[in-house]
Design a protein around this ligand. Structure first.
Ligand code: HEC
Ligand code: HEC
Length: 307
């Protein structure tokens, strides 16, 4: 009801409900009073399918009884539960309250299970098939929409199943990424680099770092300009997990490959955000998820950790 912007709609809905129920009662009352004139043989004169005749009998009592029962039930329901506009009901029941109580109950029931998990480091837990099954489900429900159901990501959303990390791939670094979220921010750098030709040159230098096809003359000219990038990406372009600056010397491209993609990023910068999960998931769930994600890119080690 919170989306009703005026009291009118609350009254309108409540009135429609009450009038609807009253109309049912009225209908029952009227039909029990009013007798339709019938023929001598108690038929109404209506005949269907050649020989199906309509009789003029009163409603059976069991049916009327049921009808009255449903009316009494709905009246009682509307007293105790929310249903009449913004009226909350005598029991104070809410959908959210019920949901919260269920979640709390489930969390309590799972506590001993999760306690076994949190006692182990992600690098060990990744070998536990039980924990990994839970991790996979948590991932599908909370992470797959951005990182893909195989965790291989897509443009702008990092692949979590390769060994390449923006913010670090140790168990506790992964947990930190999930708990607090991450913001990767690169400012527009065109002004610091120089002319648009300089930007193109530095892009070719970046391409040369990973031995991607590039213009070697431009790369040579761009090398000096990479100074402006080194503070974050490192002098060798291998990145810096403390800043979330990606390795530019490998073949992994989060935001697209090639001269144009790099020129765009240098000109416009890039801000990319992973939302913090601490309010959504419990610490124990995040622990299991971190182990699951760690296991994806450390398959042999995870297999070796199997009990
Ligand atoms: C709304 C989209 C979104 C959702 C949902 C999301 N992520 Fe992310 N995640 C991102 C983005 C974008 C980044 C990259 C941040 C950056 O560029 O620094 C990221 C980064 C990460 C990283 C760091 C990767 C690295 O290379 O260091 C991890 C780990 C991660 N996410 C795990 C998860 C897990 C586990 C979940 C589910 C609980 C999840 N993410 C849910 C968008 C999302
Ligand atoms: C202040 C730190 C900072 C500076 C300076 C900086 N970058 Fe970045 N750069 C980043 C961060 C952080 C990201 C990752 C953005 C994200 O999380 O998606 C990034 C991303 C990139 C990417 C995308 C990589 C990919 O995998 O798609 C390229 C290319 C890039 N930078 C090139 C450069 C170049 C060239 C310069 C110098 C002209 C430069 N950067 C200067 C921080 C910086």
């Amino acid at each position: 009801m919170s989306d009703f912007t005026s009291g009118f709609w609350s009254v309108y809905v409540a009135a429609a409900t009450v009038i609807g129920i009253a109309a049912c009662l009225l209908l029952l009352w009227v039909t029990s009073r009013k007798k339709v004139a019938a023929n001598a043989d108690n038929t109404t004169g209506h005949v269907w399918d050649e020989d199906l005749t309509e009789m003029n009998n009163p409603l059976p009592m069991w049916w009327v009884g049921l009808f009255i029962l449903t009316i009494v039930f709905s009246a009682a329901y509307l007293v105790f539960y929310p249903g009449l506009g913004t009226y909350q009901g005598k029991l104070g029941w809410t959908q959210k309250g019920e949901y919260d109580a269920e979640v709390e109950k489930a969390t309590k029931a799972l506590e001993p299970l999760y306690a076994q998990f949190t006692a182990r480091k992600p690098e060990e837990l990744a070998g536990d098939a039980n924990a990994m099954a839970i991790g996979e489900r948590l991932f599908m429900n909370n992470c797959a929409q951005c990182h893909g159901s195989d965790a291989r990501g897509s443009k702008g959303f990092p692949n979590l199943a390769d060994g390449d990390w923006l913010h670090g791939g140790a168990g506790e670094k992964i947990a930190e990424s999930i708990t607090k979220g991450r913001v990767g921010m690169m400012p527009p750098m065109a002004a610091a680099v120089g002319t648009s030709d300089d930007v193109k040159n530095v892009a070719h230098y970046v391409l040369s770092l990973s031995n991607s096809p590039h213009d070697s003359l431009r790369a040579q000219l761009g090398k000096g300009k990479f100074m402006a990038c080194a503070a974050c990406h490192g002098a060798d372009g291998k990145g810096n997990p403390a800043m979330g600056a990606p390795n530019l010397a490998d073949d992994t491209w989060l935001h697209g490959w090639g001269e144009q993609a790099i020129v765009n990023i240098v000109n416009n910068g890039k801000t990319n955000e992973m939302p913090a999960q601490s309010g959504k998931l419990t610490d124990a769930q995040i622990h299991v998820l971190s182990s699951y994600v760690w296991g994806l890119s450390n398959k042999p080690a995870a297999a070796a950790a199997k009990p």
